[in-house]
Design a protein around this ligand. Structure first.
Ligand code: SF4
Length: 457
C-alpha cells in the first residue's frame, strides 16, 4: 500500500480522528452510496449503530454527532466547526435529516443513532453499521465500516481486495521498514525527506506538495492562535478549564526572562492550545491522530521560534520526515488508541516529531532513525484511558509532555552517531505486540486506568 504524507496529515474536526473524523467520513460514504445505488429517492430513514470502542466512548468523542453530519453529506475537511453542533441539534429538534444535503428523511435521535457499549463487530474495535430504510421499513442498503485510526475508514462489506481503499501506486523508493529506508538513503546518497519527496512526485508536483504542506502548517498555526485566545470550560461535563490563554498571557508578558527552561513552557503552551481546540471540536490537523494532534505542531513551533535559521523549507522537510516515520507505524503496527492504546497515538506522534526535528537541526538519516526510536521507546506500554470518554484527561497534558520528550529525543540523538541497540523497527514491533497483549479496558473504552479512578463531576 502506497502512503503519502497527506495520508498522515489532514485537516479535520475534533475531538478524535478515529471516533469523530472516521465515523463522519464513513457516514458520508454511506450517504454518497445511496445516490450511487439509486436508492436515495426511496430512502425515508437512515440509522446508525456504533460498536466496540465507538459504542463505549462515542458520546464523549462526538461520534454520534459526527455520523449525523456525515449523513448530511458534510466532510471533516470543510465542515464549519463553529456551526456543527447547531446543525446536529437542529436535526434532533426538528426530527428531520437532509441526507446528502438533498433528501429529507424523518429522524429520531434516540432510535436512529444507537451506541452499543458492550457489543463489537468482528474485524476491529471501531465498527459501525449504517442502514437505509424505505417507507415500508424494508432495508434498501446496509453497510458496515471500520474506523481504523487517523481518520482512515475501511469498508467492511467490500470485497477483500477493495476493503481498504488502498493506493497501489508504484513508488520509485518504496520502503516498509526503517532498515530499508536507511539502506536506501545510504545507497542513493539521499536524506529521508528527499526519499519522501521523490515518492510524493508520483502523485503531485513539488510545488503542489509544498503548497499543501505549508497550508497544513498554516492550519496548525491558526489552531494554536485559536487555542491561545479561547477562554472557558471545555465541553462534555468534566469542567476542564482551558489553560492555554492564561499561560499565553504569562509567557507573553515577560519575553526577556532568562529562565533556561522558558522554551519548554512555550512548547507546553503550543500543545495545550491545539489539544484544547481539539477537545472543543475545533479545526485540527490530524497528526497522525486528533488525540495526539498537539505534538507535531508544538515541536514545529519550537523549531520556528527557537531554532536559528528555521524557514519554510525546514517545515516541509520536518513534515516529510515525520510522515516517513508515521508510515512505518501505520504499516507495521497501528496509530489507533483503540487497537494498541495511547502508545499508538501519542507514542507515534512523539516519534514522528522527534524524527522531524532531528532532520531539521542537522541529523543524518541514522540520527533521525535514532531520534524516532527514542521517541517511541519511552512511550511503550502507554494505555488509553480517557476520563469520561472525553479527549481531555489525560490527553491534553499528555501531548505537552510528549512534545518536550520529542525535542529531548531529537537533541539526544544528535549527540550520538546514529548507532544504538534498539532499532526503530524493533521498537515498532514491540509496540504492536504490547498493544496486542493490552487488555481492552486500556484501549479507548474508558473502562480502566484513570477513566475509572477519577471521579467525574
Ligand atoms: S489517552 Fe491517548 S489514545 Fe486515548 S484518547 Fe487520549 S490521546 Fe487518544
Amino acid at each position: 500500500m502506497a502512503l503519502s504524507v497527506l495520508d498522515l496529515f489532514s485537516v479535520g474536526i475534533g475531538p478524535s480522528s478515529s471516533h469523530t473524523v472516521g465515523p463522519m467520513r464513513a457516514a458520508k460514504l454511506f450517504a454518497d452510496g445511496l445516490e450511487e445505488d439509486g436508492v436515495l429517492a426511496s430512502t425515508t430513514r437512515v440509522q446508525a449503530e456504533l460498536f466496540g470502542s465507538l459504542g463505549a466512548t462515542g458520546r464523549g468523542h462526538g461520534s454520534d454527532k459526527a455520523v449525523v453530519l456525515g449523513f448530511k453529506g458534510l466532510d471533516p475537511e470543510t465542515v464549519d466547526t463553529a456551526a456543527a453542533d447547531d446543525l446536529v441539534a437542529a436535526a434532533a429538534l426538528d426530527a428531520e435529516l437532509w441526507v446528502g444535503g438533498t433528501r429529507r428523511v424523518d429522524f429520531n435521535w434516540d432510535e436512529d443513532v444507537v451506541l452499543h457499549r458492550r457489543q463489537a463487530l468482528p474485524a476491529h474495535p471501531n465498527g459501525m453499521t449504517f442502514r437505509a430504510l424505505d417507507h415500508a421499513g424494508d432495508v434498501l442498503r446496509e453497510r458496515s465500516y471500520y474506523s481504523i485510526g487517523g481518520g482512515f475508514v475501511v469498508d467492511g462489506d467490500a470485497d477483500a481486495a477493495d476493503r481498504v481503499v488502498a493506493d497501489s501506486t508504484v513508488l520509485p523508493y518504496p520502503f516498509t521498514s526503517a532498515d530499508e529506508l536507511l539502506e536506501m538513503c545510504e545507497r542513493e546518497g539521499m536524506t529521508i525527506p528527499e526519499v519522501m519527496l521523490a515518492n510524493e512526485r508520483v502523485w503531485r508536483t513539488e510545488a503542489e506538495l509544498r503548497e499543501q504542506l505549508l497550508g497544513l502548517w498554516a492550519v496548525m498555526r491558526e489552531c494554536v492562535d485559536n487555542g491561545c485566545a479561547a477562554e472557558g470550560i471545555l465541553p462534555g461535563g468534566l469542567k476542564v478549564k482551558r489553560r492555554a490563554p492564561s499561560l499565553f498571557r504569562t509567557l507573553s508578558a515577560d519575553l526577556e526572562i532568562s529562565d533556561p527552561l522558558r522554551a519548554m513552557e512555550w512548547v507546553n503552551l503550543f500543545a495545550l492550545a491545539v489539544n484544547e481546540e481539539n477537545a472543543a471540536g475545533g479545526r485540527i490537523v490530524t497528526a497522525p491522530t486528533n488525540g495526539a494532534a498537539g505534538i507535531i505542531p508544538a515541536v514545529l513551533h519550537y523549531y520556528t521560534k527557537f531554532v536559528p535559521g528555521a524557514d519554510d523549507d525546514g517545515v516541509v522537510r520536518f513534515l516529510l520526515t515525520a510522515a516517513a516515520v508515521g508510515i512505518l507505524f501505520k504499516l507495521n503496527a497501528s496509530i489507533s488508541g483503540a487497537e494498541v492504546g495511547c502508545q499508538g497515538e501519542v507514542g507515534s506522534a512523539c516519534s514522528m516529531a522527534a524524527a522531524g526535528l532531528c532532520e531539521v537541526i542537522g541529523g543524518t538519516p541514522a540520527q533521525v532513525e535514532n531520534a524516532a526510536e527514542v521517541g517511541i521507546e519511552h512511550n511503550l506500554g502507554l494505555t488509553c484511558d480517557p476520563v469520561g470518554g472525553l479527549v481531555q484527561i489525560p490527553c491534553i497534558e499528555r501531548n505537552a509532555i510528549a512534545s518536550v520528550k520529542a525535542i529531548n529525543a531529537a537533541r539526544l540523538a544528535l549527540h550520538g552517531d546514529g548507532s544504538h541497540k534498539v532499532s526503530l523497527d524493533k521498537a515498532i514491533k514491540t509496540m504492536r505486540e504490547t498493544g496486542a497483549d493490552m487488555k481492552s479496558k486500556y484501549k479507548e473504552t474508558s473502562r480502566g486506568g484513570l477513566a475509572v479512578n477519577v471521579i467525574e463531576c
